[in-house]
Design a protein around this ligand. Structure first.
Ligand code: G3H
Ligand code: 13P
Ligand code: NA
Ligand code: ZN
Length: 305
């Protein structure tokens, strides 16, 4: 059933497990997420970006809402990285039950002011709001410029921000990065910082850039002709430890992209006679479902719905 983000995340916080927010752009990805959620009995958030709205001519919203309403597990339909008050209001009007206002690249005063504006509107209609402070590590496959561009969230800043902005949940920067290149070797997650922030912020915490970039899947993509240079993700133990320290919402998009790419590349390589898009996308859906189930088990959301 359709629930608010906060309902789902408060339950996770109380039960000390994580909930996956999986990015979706299309029917096949949405079905893979829903199949995995039903199979493992996991609550989830369907995460939709501005890019997903554009790609799907906004039809992804209808698909996500229909799936959420038909689901036998709790599902929130969430705006991921909302960049303006206007897109947040559009999502509220169109049935989203959770929105993110991301002004993390602005100065603190602007972030507080813009988040507050969204919170005031959203709380009046019962939609939960995620805000973000700090900057994730920004990495390129060629140049690693992590230290200069990353600004880890501090506990003081988090406490001050939440008191002033009033968001329901808070995304923090603790060493992760978006995309397939999260560092060299094992990316360093600042667990001490997560614990410090959790001690001073009572709201559920959110980890962006949490894909694990499974190396067996990376190898299959490369083996089937793909290019994925220095693809490195977050170690499973770091996810487990982050959840134990108070992380509740765990965002995953890139793992689905890599898994679907492996499935499609292998299918086209092994069955060159196939011209039916349903058959081409079937392995994509199956591969995505498999990595999503693994993630739900890791987060321990399995069996919680
Ligand atoms: O941070 C979220 C996604 O990984 C980026 O996806 O291309 O839909 O903006 P997008
Ligand atoms: P990944 O790129 O690690 O999948 O992170 C997704 C994310 O944070 C979406 O908001
Ligand atoms: Na988000
Ligand atoms: Zn993100």
């Amino acid at each position: 059933a359709l629930q608010t983000g906060l309902e789902i995340l408060q339950a996770a916080q109380a039960g000390k497990y994580g909930v996956g927010a999986f990015n979706t752009d299309n029917l096949e990805t949405t079905l893979a997420i829903m199949e995995a959620a039903e199979e493992t009995r996991s609550p989830i958030l369907l995460a939709i970006t501005a890019g997903a709205l554009k790609y799907s001519s906004k039809r992804i919203v209808d698909i996500a809402l229909a799936e959420a309403r038909n689901a036998t597990v709790p599902v929130a339909v969430h705006l991921d990285h909302g960049e303006s008050f206007e897109i947040c209001m559009w999502c509220i009007r169109n049935g989203f039950t959770s929105i993110m206002i991301d002004k993390s690249h602005e100065d603190e005063a602007t972030n507080i002011r813009e988040t507050r504006r969204v919170v005031d509107a959203a709380s009046a209609v019962g939609v939960s709001v995620e805000a973000e402070i700090g900057r994730l590590v920004e990495l390129g496959a060629e140049v690693i410029i992590s230290e200069e561009n990353a600004t880890l969230t501090t506990a003081e800043e988090a406490e001050r921000f939440m008191a002033a902005a009033g968001a329901d949940t808070l995304a923090i920067a603790v060493g992760t990065a978006h995309g397939p290149n999260k560092g060299r070797g094992r990316p360093e997650i600042n667990h001490k910082r997560i614990a410090e922030i959790a001690a001073r912020v009572s709201q559920p915490l959110v980890m962006h850039g949490a894909s694990s970039i499974p190396q067996d899947v990376v190898a299959r993509v490369i083996d089937a002709g793909g290019v994925l240079k220095d693809a490195v993700g977050i170690h499973d133990d770091d996810i487990t430890q982050a959840i134990a320290s108070g992380m509740c919402k765990v965002n995953v998009g890139t793992d689905l992209r890599i898994a679907s790419t492996a499935g499609v590349r292998e299918l086209l390589r092994d069955k060159p006679e196939i011209i039916d898009l349903r058959k081409i996308l079937e392995p994509a859906r199956n591969e995505m479902r498999r990595v999503i189930i693994n993630k739900m088990n890791l987060l321990q959301s399995s069996g919680k719905a």
